[in-house]
Design a protein around this ligand. Structure first.
Ligand code: SF4
Ligand code: SF4
Length: 70
């Protein structure tokens, strides 16, 4: 079992221009912008569980990403 990031779409403010998690995630194409509903989405198969996205999202007080066990 390992942890991967999960975005709470209701809390994500990507529609207001936030791209913090996408910019800081060290894995290429792991966090993407869902251009239909303008929310960040995690490609779970690419997530390495480093939690950097959680740190930057929480630091900006959006608190939209949690780690979940898989
Ligand atoms: S950092 Fe948080 S609020 Fe910003 S786009 Fe990522 S999940 Fe959404
Ligand atoms: S936990 Fe790390 S690898 Fe996974 S989405 Fe967040 S920043 Fe990317």
């Amino acid at each position: 079992m390992y942890n991967v990031a999960e975005v709470n779409a209701e809390a994500c403010v990507a529609q207001k221009g936030c791209r913090l998690c996408i910019m800081y995630c060290p894995e290429a194409n792991c966090i993407q912008l869902d251009s239909q509903n303008m929310k960040a989405i995690i490609v779970e198969s690419r997530c390495k569980g480093c939690e950097l996205c959680v740190v930057v999202c929480d630091a900006a007080k959006h608190n939209a990403i949690t780690m979940v066990a898989r």
